[in-house]
Ligand binder design. Structure first.
Ligand SMILES: [Fe+2]
Length: 321
């Protein structure tokens, strides 16, 4: 599938007013216009797209959907056909949902871990329209997607791996240097970074562990770091440099209970041409000073909706068989 990366993400949140302050004033996001269908929601822009992050008020803090961007109409329809050929249950988004997301067409589907995904193309965009919420050099998204997410699942096994690599056509990047059972993947057209999505095995657990976003300069990492420290927001990992990507980053906890990794790419990443197996996660820094799993990682019953739980249960039954 000709997917370029994650185009948008949707969340449910218990603390929308905190996000309304935190988004622009800590992260530098722009508050965009909420669609008419979701007047209570908070939509953030991080570049010239209509939006990248959507937060709907709700009873729990959780990720609701991950929106993958197909290169265009032809690639989108080829992907839809591929899902159908592989027997993946696909729901076609109606005109109202397309308007809410600001895209031309979209489909919805589940991964074997029960998470809701969408695939779309042609999101609304206006050049030179992004105005950061505070002085900020901007985010790097565009042709690489907005960044990456790492999700926790009690059922990280062959079926999920097959879904991502064989059906969706992602590159398997490796297990990283994390402890436990983890897997990192990047979409077929992502030649900019090692992973768009990672899954970590957590018995009895689910939820988003962290998301990573790329900022245009190292100054943006440093200034975000200063604001996080000044506000005494909980830190997860101090400033450091990963072994698997030429990145400098730090991780702190967002109001949603998941960490945000603020990343600047020190030099262009290239596919190494072999599966990397780093001796350690980071070359320097990245001292773990908070929990590796924050309060956003809960039981599947708390963070998955009924259809997601059903998909997870079906996977669990097959994994057991
Ligand atoms: Fe990350």
């Amino acid at each position: 599938m000709d997917i370029i990366g994650i185009g948008y993400l949707g969340f449910e949140t218990t603390c929308i007013e905190q996000w309304r302050d935190y988004g622009p004033n800590v992260m530098g996001f722009e508050i965009g216009a909420a669609p008419a269908s979701e007047p209570d929601a908070l939509y953030f822009r991080t570049d010239d797209r209509r939006h990248r992050l959507a937060f709907r008020p709700g009873a729990v803090d959780r990720i609701e959907y991950i929106g993958w961007e197909a290169r265009g109409k032809v690639e989108f329809h080829a992907a839809v056909q591929r899902f159908r050929d592989h027997g993946v249950d696909v729901t076609v988004g109606d005109a109202a949902l397309c308007e809410t997301r600001g895209v031309k067409e979209l489909i919805r589907f589940r991964d074997p871990a029960g998470y809701q995904h969408e695939l779309f193309y042609a999101q609304k965009w206006l050049p030179r329209s992004f105005q950061p919420g505070r002085p900020h050099g901007g985010f790097v998204a565009g042709k690489r997607g907005l960044g990456h997410v790492v999700l926790i699942t009690p059922e990280y096994g062959k079926e999920l791996d097959h879904f991502l690599t064989v059906i969706m056509g992602f590159h398997w990047y490796g297990a990283g240097a994390g402890k436990g059972k983890t897997g990192f993947y990047r979409s077929k057209l992502n030649t900019y970074t090692s992973h768009d999505i990672g899954y970590g095995h957590g018995p009895g657990r689910a939820g988003i562990q962290h998301m990573g976003m790329f900022v245009a300069s190292v100054r943006d990492v440093g200034e975000t770091y200063d604001i996080v420290r000044k506000r005494e927001l909980p830190m997860q990992m101090t400033l450091g440099q990963h072994a698997q990507d030429p990145h400098i980053s730090f991780y702190h906890f967002s109001p949603g209970g998941f960490a945000i990794e603020t990343i600047h790419e020190l030099s262009p990443w290239h596919d190494d041409g072999f599966e990397v197996n780093p001796e350690k996660l980071s070359l320097w820094g990245h001292e773990l000073v908070g929990p590796i799993l924050g309060p956003s990682v809960r039981t599947p019953e708390e963070v998955l909706d009924p259809a997601g739980l059903a998909a997870l249960a079906a996977t669990a039954a097959r994994n057991k068989a």
